[in-house]
Design a protein around this ligand. Structure first.
Ligand code: CNA
Length: 278
């Protein structure tokens, strides 16, 4: 039988030990890595879940391959599939989840160091997490600009176009307008690059609802220090989490596990109150 190494920082590999660590004075800086799985309970499909994920449902858009919807070269030729998808994902339609409210509580307790998110739905901001703690690594729908001359395009006009299912074009040069969402083949925002070193300062890394397949985002998990416990809260095991002695896998739905953790922390009422506000 293979011997399972004992954790070195956590007392045990379970929710109670995690709560104890979070409540202790050893844990002051928590870094989070979020993916689409934290927003699925809000009604926003993720990419890769079989059957329900966006990639499984893009057939009707006549794409050469699913990822093409987020490829800048494809968008230049045909922006319609992206706009079709944008209409479904557009912010404003969705309410933050209990998991987002848990992150707000971490911020309220001055425990949140950085919340890195791959999500473009802006639900972190909607949940009241302070802007200066959020790094939207793949951009968001907050602003948009022409892909050719880069001139900004009006927010209200963009909303009208997306809602009407029309493609927005630049008023200056006629180029297609695209929200500042990072497509495959585009650089990540400078704030992301600048904030990477803060992962190394973390006392705890919590990874939620991501398949950890998109790089460089996924590689943040490897930048946590050796003494930093890494927690994965996800439907499935991903990205080699489990290879270090203080890696804790909590497999299941984010909201369920977060509620369990809040109970262990004595935060269950605060969580529901916070979520009610959203
Ligand atoms: P992904 O590759 O679709 O993976 C999602 C992961 O979450 C999978 O491992 C699922 O098993 C897991 N999951 C799904 N639902 C739950 C749940 N309720 N509880 C726990 N785990 C769950 O998505 P990633 O975020 O890893 O991929 C990166 C892409 C997805 C980013 O570039 C995003 O921009 C993009 N995306 C964002 C949104 C959004 O903003 N809400 C939606 C869809 C895709």
């Amino acid at each position: 039988r293979r011997k399972v190494p004992k954790p070195k920082v956590l007392e045990g590999l379970d929710v109670e030990s995690l709560a104890k660590y979070i409540s202790s004075d050893k844990c002051k800086k928590i870094v989070l890595m979020l993916g689409a799985g934290v927003s699925t309970s809000a009604g926003i499909p993720d990419f890769r879940s079989p059957g329900t994920g966006l990639y499984a449902n893009l057939a009707r858009l006549n794409l050469p391959f699913p990822e093409a919807v987020f490829e800048i070269n494809f968008f230049r030729r045909n922006p319609v599939p992206f706009y079709t998808l944008a209409k479904e994902l557009y912010p404003g339609k969705f309410r933050p989840t209990p998991t987002h409210s848990f992150i707000k509580l971490l911020a309220d307790h001055s425990l949140l160091h950085v919340c890195f998110t791959q999500n473009i739905d802006t639900l972190e901001r909607r949940a009241g997490i302070p802007d200066d703690k959020i790094i939207e690594a793949h951009g968001s729908f907050a602003v948009q600009r022409c892909i050719d001359c880069k001139v900004l395009y009006d927010d209200d006009l963009m909303k009208e176009k997306v809602t009407a299912g029309e493609v927005a074009t630049c008023e200056e040069c006629g180029g297609y307008v695209k929200p500042d969402i990072v497509f495959f083949g585009e650089a990540l925002p400078p704030q992301f690059i600048q904030t990477i070193p803060q992962v190394g300062e973390a006392d705890l890394l919590i990874i939620l609802g991501t398949s950890l397949t998109v790089h460089p985002f996924a590689s943040l998990a490897e930048m946590a220090g050796r003494k930093c416990p890494r927690v994965l809260i996800n439907l499935e095991g991903v990205g080699g989490i489990g290879s270090r002695p203080d890696d804790l896998l909590l497999l299941g739905k984010c909201d369920d596990i977060v509620r369990e953790l809040c109970q262990a922390l004595g935060w269950e009422n605060k969580l529901e109150e916070e979520w009610e506000k959203t």
